[in-house]
Structure formats: structure tokens, C-alpha cells
Write a protein that binds this ligand. Structure first.
Ligand code: GAR
Length: 230
């Protein structure tokens, strides 16, 4: 590969989903921009009925169903995932509403090449029903986090977060809808940074080059002007 070809090579993404696939759609839309430095080469769902599969098919992206119910052992399910990702030449695995816990073996195989989006300001509100719990606790801000995956659930070095206000009259649905808009933005931005080679993990924390310090934890300069809460 020549230096020029290397420069033009886009990061190859494998996206794992279980359902609706709106974060997948945000990545599909970003990758459709010719200057975006990544492309989706494979979408895998563990559920055959996941609506996200149709989104990928519409965009002409290869899809695969690896149904966890077809495997007796979690390890066999994960070996099938791993083989498909390897065969497709995936560089970075993006969990986008993928609702299966992954064993340490799988996570360690893809260490620092496996990222997740979670609908809270981690490390607060790990797990499910984040918006219900946020409202029940009366906290004023919640958010979304993109992070590298580690074996503990919803754990790992944080790449990018968005803080999102909780309104007094919010329901879990209204709050989820507000947070989701930010999920889509920070997931695309985090993938862009990784694809541009600006992200590294050091001492359990993410360091990002080329973005000024006060901004990089929240929303990048490029997307700030579109932030309605600022
Ligand atoms: C998103 O809100 C994502 O953050 C969440 O599932 C939803 C999937 O929506 N993921 C988790 O809770 C993982 N712990 P989508 O299928 O429309 O992207």
C-alpha cells in the first residue's frame, strides 16, 4: 500500500445491534459523507427481527444475524461474532444498542478496538432503565457516553460525553428522546476521532490530540454551534 493509499484508507467498522438501530443510522449517515474517515463493512444483529437490519440493507451494507439462542454456550456465540468480524476485516467494533453482555475473552480480544454508547453520564447509571432512575433520583443533568469497552458492564475509558438537562416534567420517554439526539452526535464524533488516529488510552484514561481540553469531554467545537442548550 502506498502512503497515499494508506491516507485514503477508511477505518472499517463492524456495528453490533439488537434493535431499533438509530445509532447505527447516525453512523450510516456519517459514513455516507465522502470525507468521513470510516465506513461500515458489516452489521451484525443477535436478533433476527431487529429493525436496524433493514436500515443497513437499505444502505447497501452487509448484514448478518448471529442469534444467541442458536448457541448453547455464550463462548460459542462470541466465537461466531469474532469470526464474522475478522472475516470482514473489521478494525473497530461499535456496539449500538447491543443488549448482550460480552465475556472478558471477547472484550480482551478487541481491547481498545471495541466501543459502546450508553445513555447516561457514566460511571453514573450503569445498566438498564437509566432514564427512569435519573427521573426518580431528581438529578438535574444526565447525558450520554461513548467509551472503550472493558469486561465490567458499562465500564471503560471514556472517549466523549454529552451532558443533557433533565426537565421537571420529563417522562422516561421524553428524556430518552432528548438524550438520543446527543447519542447520535457523540457516537459519530467519537468514531471520527478514532478514525483520524487522535485517540489513545493511557493509564486507563483516553487522551485526545488536536481538540482543546475544555471542549473535548463534552461536544467538539465542530458540533457546538448546533447545541440548542448552549
Ligand atoms: C440507545 O439509547 C443506547 O444508548 C442504548 O440502547 C439504545 C439503542 O437505541 N444502549 C444501552 O443501554 C447499552 N447499555 P438504538 O437501537 O436506536 O441505537
Amino acid at each position: 500500500m502506498t502512503g497515499e493509499e494508506k491516507k485514503r484508507r477508511r477505518l472499517r467498522l463492524g456495528v453490533l445491534i439488537s434493535g431499533r438501530g438509530s445509532n447505527l443510522q447516525a453512523l450510516i449517515d456519517a459514513c455516507a459523507q465522502p470525507e468521513f474517515p470510516a465506513e461500515i463493512v458489516l452489521v451484525i444483529s443477535n436478533r433476527p427481527e431487529a429493525a436496524g437490519l433493514a436500515r443497513a440493507e437499505t444502505a447497501g451494507i452487509a448484514t448478518l444475524v448471529v442469534d444467541h439462542r442458536d448457541f448453547r454456550e455464550r463462548e460459542d456465540f462470541e466465537n461466531a461474532l469474532n469470526a464474522a468480524l475478522k472475516d470482514a476485516g473489521v478494525d473497530l467494533v461499535c456496539l449500538a444498542g447491543f443488549m448482550r453482555i460480552l465475556n472478558p475473552d471477547f472484550v480482551n480480544r478487541w481491547r481498545d478496538r471495541l466501543i459502546n454508547i450508553h445513555p447516561s453520564l457514566l460511571p453514573a447509571y450503569r445498566g438498564l432503565k437509566t432514564h427512569e432512575r435519573v427521573i426518580a433520583d431528581g438529578v438535574r443533568f444526565t447525558g450520554a457516553t461513548v467509551h472503550f469497552v472493558r469486561p465490567e458492564m458499562d465500564d471503560g475509558p471514556i472517549i466523549l460525553q454529552a451532558a443533557v438537562p433533565v426537565h421537571p416534567d420529563d417522562t422516561p420517554d421524553s428524556l430518552a428522546a432528548r438524550v438520543l439526539e446527543y447519542e447520535h452526535r457523540i457516537y459519530v464524533e467519537a468514531v471520527r476521532w478514532i478514525a483520524e488516529g487522535r485517540v489513545r488510552v493511557s493509564g486507563g484514561k483516553v487522551r485526545i490530540s488536536g481538540v482543546s481540553t475544555p471542549e473535548y469531554g463534552l461536544i467538539s467545537p465542530k458540533t457546538q454551534e448546533a447545541d440548542p442548550t448552549r
